[in-house]
Design a protein around this ligand. Structure first.
Ligand code: SF4
Length: 408
């Protein structure tokens, strides 16, 4: 038989990120959580607060910030306070590399304000130092009651472990190719570090792991191995996905396959924004991956045809774009007032070929006139033709109809 449903979710241990009513549950069968990361200098409190707010308003349920030096660590409690003053309680994750142990020890208020610490086992130190520094961060997390993500990364792979596995592989009767050894090293790095964190005293329900790679097939292979070998909560993301459509496509392909396998408890889409571009795009893409796959609903999505030679103007593209923007803008207020609004389906179609059919399948749909058609636009509500719009003000009238449908 053809199986068209996602596989059952891979069972993982639930991890509470944050405390009290603002806590977000990652794993244990909870809905897949959307997270993102700022690209401001964390030492710049105003800029970071502004961006965290923008990401949270778009629907980022966790936000990670870089903590790379003393000034950044000192700023974290101020960022936390300012966000709280503005009514934003999104859990903050501190991204630590190299000197995280020192920053957390020297800035206890930073460790206190963060809901979760991210450690990269590939750059926490070397040999005896590595164990000590790793242990120091984990002990602080246990002391403060914080979650930790052990985030192995292909670009900063644990070189000692890789060298060891390469040597073992070279001596084997049936050696694997180098790429397979790297996948194994990345997977093991995450798993061994998580086990070590448990030995140091961090409970399993405080541990999330990740093994990020920039190549889609490597990512799928590594996460399938992680899921086969453990029940740690899994943070999923294709690292360095890239800019524009390449980043969106690569992330969607990789995350789509794994989510369909039932793998992944929280996702981040790592897009490189255009200079000065919109950081929150990564949140919208993550939401759209989950929503189009049927895992969660965040915001009504507008279905629109691609247009073709039958559309002689850009009216329908403009209407589709404006309606989607209008819905996103109003969503925060609507969500509070009209539960379930996020499941609304809107269709904007370019002509009668597929227009009426698609519009009838949506909650609200409009079929604009294509070339040679009568200059009128039938509107369908709940599958039935409700009215016909004509003239210059079609966009405004259709927007009002969508608003009325939501508040009715
Ligand atoms: Fe072209 Fe009409 Fe199909 Fe849109 S619905 S792609 S305008 S034929």
């Amino acid at each position: 038989p053809v199986v068209a449903e996602p596989a059952p979710r891979h069972r993982t241990c639930a991890v509470a990120v944050g405390a009290g009513p603002a806590a977000v549950i990652v794993g244990g069968g909870a809905p897949v959580v959307v997270q993102s990361m700022t690209n401001t200098d964390t030492a710049d409190v105003e800029a970071t607060v502004t961006q965290v707010l923008a990401l949270a308003q778009q629907g980022s349920e966790l936000v990670r910030i870089t903590v790379d030096r003393d000034e950044a660590a000192a700023a974290v409690p101020h960022i936390f306070e300012k966000l709280a003053q503005k009514g934003c309680h999104v859990p903050l994750i501190g991204d630590f590399h190299y000197i995280g142990h020192k920053l957390l020890a020297d800035h206890p208020a930073c460790g206190e304000a963060l809901a979760k610490y991210r450690i990269n086992p590939g750059n926490v130190g070397f040999k005896e130092k590595k164990d000590k520094q790793f242990a120091s961060i984990v002990e602080l997390a246990a002391k403060h009651g914080k979650a930790v993500r052990i985030g192995a990364n292909w670009g900063s792979l644990d070189q000692e472990l890789l060298t060891y596995l390469m040597d073992v592989n070279a001596a084997s009767d049936r050696p694997l190719d180098a790429r397979a050894v790297m996948r194994e090293a990345l997977t093991r790095s995450a798993l061994m570090s998580a086990k070590r964190a448990e030995e140091i005293g961090l409970a399993k329900d405080r541990i999330v792991i990740s093994a990020k790679v920039s190549a889609v097939q490597d990512l799928i292979a590594c996460y399938r191995m992680l899921a086969q070998r453990s029940d740690y909560a899994l943070h999923l993301g294709l690292t360095e996905a890239g800019m524009g459509s390449k980043g969106v496509v690569a992330s969607s392909a990789a995350l789509g396959v794994l989510l369909q396998d039932g793998i992944g408890d929280t996702i981040r889409v790592s897009l490189t924004p255009e200079p000065g571009g919109d950081r929150a795009l990564e949140v919208r893409v993550a939401q759209e991956i989950l929503q189009t796959m049927g895992f969660r609903t965040f915001v009504p999505l507008v279905a629109a045809c691609p247009g073709c030679g039958r559309t002689t103007s850009t009216v329908f593209q403009e209407l589709a774009r404006d309606i989607q923007a209008h819905i996103r803008e109003r969503m925060a207020a609507w969500r509070a007032q009209y539960p379930g609004v996020e499941t609304l389906n809107v269709a904007v179609m370019g002509c009668i070929v597929n227009g009426p059919g698609e519009s009838k399948h949506a909650d609200i749909g409009i079929s604009l006139p294509g070339t040679g058609e009568t200059p009128s636009a039938p509107v369908f509500i709940d599958g039935k033709k409700a009215m016909t719009l004509r003239g210059e003000g079609i966009a405004e009238e259709f927007t009002r109809i969508v608003d009325d449908y939501i508040v009715r």
